[in-house]
Design a protein around this ligand. Structure first.
Ligand SMILES: [Zn+2]
Length: 500
């Protein structure tokens, strides 16, 4: 049973000990104090900056459970194990549980046992989850990866938009929103979308002084490979490394090439079977495989403190993603590298990739109309083929539209397509789509910022910090640009010719 302790210096010391914490990192003490005083708060803490302590510690003192909304709790096993080792009761509700496990979990929650309840935003939307939490009481709601609530963030997730309703239904307990990366416009949007306008905002910056940011310019993939081999064989020999690829196809091809050269390498991407993904992850964590080629699917919930290098084989889609992914290196505080293999042509690949995500508005409206019609008649939904017939669109195009509407939470895919969200009229549907199109523009802007990062001759850390709203008092002194004399910093002539 979760019994509230008194918040005294002595109890705080005991709690820190129970959680294995010697000293607070920047921002932690302020955030903990805010939520313990019943305030809403937004914490922007660098990856590895100790976000989880900001709610794990209060959980030991608060009378009711702390609910943590997290996008991928299936991957949080590691954190759960650590807490349970320290005798802190944790429950999690996500789609990976067996029926029996889920029933047990719900029983425990009803008895008020867990101090922390991890839940996906989709699960929190459900009526039965809300009803259960209403009965047991909630002392604090934590929104992890809070940038997912913002359409201007780099990982928008529609279910995050219903968190504010859940907070209201649960009697408005304090909300603690946490993210590693939020430039000022995203931070403002988070506060607005979660309706925590008077929140205490703590920005601990994205600056970690053991990370060395570097760009390696390359002209083609052959040279990229050579550069990567050189990196892996040189200063980083022996240290665990992570190589991010932009697409699954690229990840697979690169993995094969590295394996053929005899490197002990693992592969990780979102389309692999869960057991294979888990195997790669486990071998990497245990140092049996020191190198992993991955897509951005890899990372959330993975805490490998001695990661020495994060290489991006292709340009990431935003500086937010880049900072988040590179921030996984060097969490042990020792020197680590963040290297981007930069090639002009990357932009076309990425721009193409982004362009493909947004089908025409009329096509979306046709698919929506067909489903709404189907629902009005009380039918079971449409197969892809029937949808193609109903809208006179080619099946391939229907697939693209369906994927988009699914991502937007408008329909559900399965054997048959069904409407998941109804709009009052087509105007409302149109406005919803329009917001998505604005995101398209926002995605292009983010890519632009990333491109400029590749080209800048100023301190890389200064560039990153400014984007996140912090002006550094001085250059980092360690990035590739800082190590090159100002007079010698040059822009590749091909970039000037290409006019980027
Ligand atoms: Zn620098």
């Amino acid at each position: 049973m979760n019994v509230a302790l008194r918040w005294s210096p002595e109890n705080l010391r005991k709690a820190k000990k129970q959680l294995g914490v010697a000293a607070f990192r920047p921002g932690q003490a302020e955030l903990i104090e805010a939520v313990m005083n019943g305030r809403d708060a937004l914490g922007i803490l660098p990856t590895g900056g100790g976000k989880s302590l900001c709610y794990q510690l209060p959980a030991l003192f608060l009378p009711h459970a702390v609910v943590v909304v997290s996008p991928l709790i299936a991957l949080m096993k590691d954190q759960q194990d650590k807490l349970e080792d320290r005798s802190i009761a944790v429950a999690k509700l996500d789609s990976t549980l067996s029926t029996q496990d889920e029933r047990d979990m719900i029983d425990e929650i009803r008895q008020g046992t867990p101090e922390l309840i991890y839940v996906t935003p989709e699960r929190l939307e459900r009526e039965e989850t809300l009803a259960m939490l209403q009965r047991t009481g909630v002392s604090l709601i934590v929104v992890d990866e809070a940038h997912c609530v913002s359409q201007w963030g780099h990982d928008f997730r529609p279910a995050y938009l219903s968190i504010r309703d859940a907070v209201r239904r649960l009697g408005k307990p304090p909300v603690l929103a946490l993210t590693a990366t939020a430039p000022p416009d995203v931070a403002r949007d988070i506060v607005r979308q979660l309706d925590i306008r008077t929140a205490v905002i703590i920005d601990a910056g994205n600056y970690r002084d053991n990370l060395i940011y570097e760009i390696r310019r390359t002209v083609n993939d052959l040279e990229k490979d050579r550069c990567l081999m050189e990196l892996l064989a040189g200063q980083l020999r022996g240290g665990p490394g992570l190589v991010y690829a932009a697409t699954i196809r690229e990840a697979k091809a690169l993995f094969e090439r590295l394996r053929q050269r005899g490197l002990p390498v693992g592969l990780y991407h979102g389309k692999m079977r869960a057991t294979d993904r888990h195997k790669t992850q486990q071998e990497f964590m245990d140092n049996r495989v020191p190198l992993v080629v991955a897509t951005k699917a890899f990372g959330l919930g993975i805490d490998k403190r001695d990661l020495r290098v994060v290489v991006h084989y292709s340009l990431p889609d935003s500086l937010e993603s880049y900072v988040q992914e590179t921030g996984r290196a060097g969490r042990d505080g020792k020197t680590a590298w963040a290297v981007l293999l930069y090639r002009l042509e990357d932009r076309r690949v990425q721009a193409y990739f982004l362009g493909g995500k947004y089908p025409r508005r009329e096509d979306c409206a046709d698919v929506y109309r067909a489903l709404a019609e189907e629902q009005r008649h009380g039918n079971k939904g449409l197969t892809l083929i029937k949808m193609a017939a109903a809208t006179s669109l080619p099946v391939d195009k229907v697939k693209v539209v369906v994927a988009l509407l699914d991502a937007m939470g408008i329909l559900r895919r399965g054997r048959r397509l069904k409407l998941a969200r109804a709009f009052v009229d087509e105007d409302e549907f149109g406005r919803y789509l329009e917001e998505y199109e604005q995101r398209h523009k926002s995605d292009q802007d983010k890519l632009e910022v990333m491109m400029k990062y590749g080209q800048t001759t100023e301190c890389r850390v200064r560039y990153i910090s400014r984007y996140f709203g912090n002006e550094l008092p001085r250059d980092c002194g360690r990035c590739d640009n800082c190590r090159t004399d100002a007079g010698q910093r040059t822009v590749d002539v091909r970039e000037l010719q290409a006019g980027v």
